[in-house]
Design a protein around this ligand. Structure first.
Ligand SMILES: NC(=O)c1ccc[n+]([C@@H]2O[C@H](COP(=O)([O-])OP(=O)(O)OC[C@H]3O[C@@H](n4cnc5c(N)ncnc54)[C@H](OP(=O)(O)O)[C@@H]3O)[C@@H](O)[C@H]2O)c1
Length: 347
């Protein structure tokens, strides 16, 4: 077994890590960290557990420690669910001696840090060699994109491989869990919608083009199509919904698009990785799907569900569809775990 730690283990994403790793065949949780507020307490006393499964017996009695490499002994991988400002300071310290698989945005766009969705751009892992040389670390940092970007980019990948994309517009309806446990007060979101999520639109617009960009062994040239996002918080607990509008250079058939979605598979599927969904994209034909409550847990929350795939007759060569992705599984903890599984297999 590989010993793993979770940084920020008491938060929304930290709890998902614990849930997803509790029965993992290769990774064993041996260390949990959080802020000074939680350090020194047993995990079950430190965390306000919000998931509908029970706290796994194997972690209940683990003592939460400070998020400091001196406090976390004998781990090979740490999964980071820290706020970006803390991650920026702490992740490089951990990377001196172990692998850091991070959800935080702090290091995502650094030129020697891979930002990876395993089905989309596993070749970006080659950057690790440059990172270790540049920084003289024995370990390294790999990151996964923002939750909304992951679901969007998985659906764009088979289209990008087959057609010339000119522009992408996306309007999101994002779950409250995306803001963390204390993120959105109930008084702000019940009977309401908040049409602003700080820095989210910028992340989608930048990360999507970067993930689909060309890596020449040294730098990434982002994909050249434009991306425009409008992000909104809605009163859903888990599962981000996105309405996607794409303009292409050429005309296309809806049936061909659906076939591209249905047959799309990547390296995790080829290698049969433990957390890989059988089909990264699942297409629904019902006119009222996907819906977050019904579709967020498709294939253990690791598949993105797409529906309402149709031409957009208002503009030439245009397509529109709706997607749902589980933000704390496929969009966060599950994404980091899949990255770590792929690293363990290929590096
Ligand atoms: N939620 C999502 O859907 C989602 C998706 C993708 C990426 N992310 C990213 O994942 C990260 C975690 O998000 P989250 O939603 O899980 O946040 P969260 O619920 O607020 O949890 C934050 C975690 O970090 C710990 N922490 C806070 N300040 C700290 C400090 N100064 N030193 C050490 N630990 C500290 C907290 O510990 P205490 O309990 O002790 O305060 C808690 O364990 C963020 O960077 C976020 O942007 C989240």
């Amino acid at each position: 077994m590989v010993n793993v730690g979770i940084l920020g283990a008491t938060g929304m994403v930290g709890q998902r890590f614990i849930q997803l790793l509790a029965d993992h065949p290769k990774f064993e949780i041996t260390a949990l960290t959080a802020s000074a507020r939680s350090a020194g307490k047993k995990y079950e006393d430190a965390a306000t557990w919000y998931l509908d499964s029970k706290i796994p017996e194997s972690v209940k009695d683990i003592t939460v420690v400070d998020t400091d490499p001196d406090e976390v002994k004998d781990v090979d991988i740490v999964f980071s669910a820290l706020p970006a400002s803390t991650a920026a300071v702490v992740e490089p310290k951990f990377a001196r001696s172990c692998i850091v698989a991070s959800n935080a945005s702090a290091m995502r766009m650094e030129p020697d840090v891979p930002l990876v969705i395993p089905e989309v751009n596993p070749e970006h892992f080659d950057m690790v060699e440059i990172q270790q040389k540049n920084r003289e670390w024995d370990g390294f940092v790999v990151t996964n994109p923002n939750c909304t970007t992951i679901a969007l980019t998985i659906t764009l990948k088979p289209l990008y491989d087959r057609y010339d994309i000119k522009r992408v517009y996306v309007s999101t309806m994002q779950a409250v869990s995306g803001a963390g446990y204390n993120g959105v007060p109930s008084m702000a979101i019940v009977d309401n919608l908040v049409p602003f999520i700080g820095e989210e639109e910028e992340k989608i617009e930048t990360e999507t083009r970067y993930l689909l960009g060309d890596y020449d062994g040294e730098t990434v040239t982002p994909a050249s199509f434009g991306v425009s996002a409008s992000c909104h918080r809605v009163g859903v607990v888990d599962g981000h919904t996105e309405a996607v509008f794409i303009e292409f250079e050429e005309d296309l058939e809806v049936d061909d698009v659906k076939k591209s979605f249905n047959k799309f598979k990547g390296l995790p599927q080829k290698l049969n990785l433990y957390s890989a969904p059988i089909n990264p994209i699942v297409v629904r034909e019902e006119e009222n799907r996907p819906q977050p409550r019904m579709d967020r847990n498709t294939d253990k929350g690791m598949a993105v569900t797409v529906g309402r795939v149709r031409k957009d007759d208002a503009f030439d060569n245009s397509l529109r569809y709706v997607l749902v992705g589980h933000n704390t599984i496929r969009g966060a903890a599950g994404a980091s775990i899949l990255n770590a599984e792929l690293i363990s297999e290929i590096m």
